[in-house]
Design a protein around this ligand. Structure first.
Ligand SMILES: Nc1nc2c(ncn2[C@@H]2O[C@H](COP(=O)(O)OP(=O)(O)OP(=O)(O)O)[C@@H](O)[C@H]2O)c(=O)[nH]1
Ligand SMILES: [Mg+2]
Length: 315
């Protein structure tokens, strides 16, 4: 699981200096020990940040795209590299100054210690912006949705057509609600099992229900992330138009989704319980291909869609 929650709060350069120097000032008076404490405090802290940050080189593509959309992977890598650089430099200086202090006369020891402090201040000032960037990144990334890297069905369709109802109809346990960090948009995750294999179902209200040109750049990248995640896409139609969108508009979104996703897009006609024959026939003529017919609310016809999903996975 990709988690930024465990990355410790990122302090500013000033805060960190205060902590490190404060700790050293309380310690035994020997100058060499103070140097070691300052160095260790800062390096341990950076090490913790580096260790708890998910490995950016091994991210599943969904997370790669998502994180890139939120904070830019390149910037994040640069900031982490800056911490590593600062840590190495402080370590090197520590050794150098401990050696100098050991050799120095009693009156000179404190001068060396102060000089070391000055150099540490200058190093942290050099990475001040990177620390600030990391602090912001951590806040933005700490609530990433936890999505499994496994066979995934993405549900799309105009608003109100019954996407969430459909998801609930095919999943066994109660779906989990997670949120996207960059918008108020939520993401609904459900799972079902077939032949001991788990299937993940994702419904993202407000993301795959409008034409792409109405998207801001971050939303576009979130869609790109979903594109990587999707093994199958369901597109839910509501020919009854009780959703508030005429069939023509739904068709336009369907075409866009089909163009956007490389995975197979399966048309599913919902609200069968309230469709009369003529409406349905007109709709199918317009769609020009076969579609699954179901009522998510009455849970009829949904099993066939599940069967199709399982077949597609085998293929
Ligand atoms: N008659 C009927 N109503 C349905 C069916 N499926 C969903 N609905 C109703 O359609 C409305 C919208 O259902 P949702 O599942 O919330 O639709 P949605 O696509 O998730 O909507 P958004 O998340 O707002 O985009 C609700 O009032 C449902 O009760 C169905 O098969 N038959
Ligand atoms: Mg919904």
């Amino acid at each position: 699981m990709i988690e930024f929650k465990k990355v410790p709060t990122v302090f500013s350069a000033d805060e960190l200096l205060e902590i490190a120097f404060g700790r050293a000032s309380k310690a035994p008076a020997k100058a060499g020990d103070k140097v070691k404490i300052v160095s260790k405090t800062i390096r341990d802290y950076f090490k913790k940040i580096l260790k708890r940050t998910p490995n950016l080189g091994e991210l599943p593509s969904f997370y790669f795209e998502l994180i890139d959309a939120i904070v830019s992977i390149a910037k994040l890598k640069k900031a982490l590299a800056a911490l590593q650089w600062a840590s190495n430099t402080i370590s090197r200086l520590e050794k150098e100054y401990v050696r100098r202090i050991r050799r120095a006369s009693k009156n000179e020891k404190n001068r060396h210690r102060k000089e070391f402090y000055g150099r540490v201040v200058s190093i942290l000032k050099q990475i001040e912006d990177q620390l600030e960037f990391l602090a912001g990144a951590r806040e933005k990334l700490k609530n990433l949705p936890s999505i499994k890297d496994e066979f995934t069905v993405v549900i799309s369709g105009a608003p109100n057509v019954g996407k969430s109802t459909f998801l609930r109809a095919i999943t066994t346990a109660k779906p989990r609600v997670e949120s996207y960090p960059f918008t108020t948009k939520q993401i609904l995750l459900g799972y079902f099992e077939s032949n001991h294999l788990e299937y993940q179902i994702v419904d993202t209200p407000g993301l795959l229900d409008r034409p792409l040109e109405k998207r801001n750049p971050v939303e576009r990248q979130a869609i790109l992330a979903l594109k990587h995640l999707a093994d199958v896409v369901l597109f839910i139609f509501d020919p009854s138009e009780t959703c508030g969108f005429v069939v023509k508009e739904q068709m336009r979104i369907y075409e866009e989704i089909s163009k956007t996703f490389e995975a197979e897009v399966i048309p599913v006609i919902n609200k069968a319980d309230m469709l009369d024959r003529e409406v349905l026939e007109n709709f199918l003529a317009m769609l020009g291909r076969n579609a699954y017919l179901c009522s998510a609310e009455k849970k009829t016809g949904v099993e066939e869609v599940v069967k199709k999903i399982v077949e597609l996975r085998k293929a």
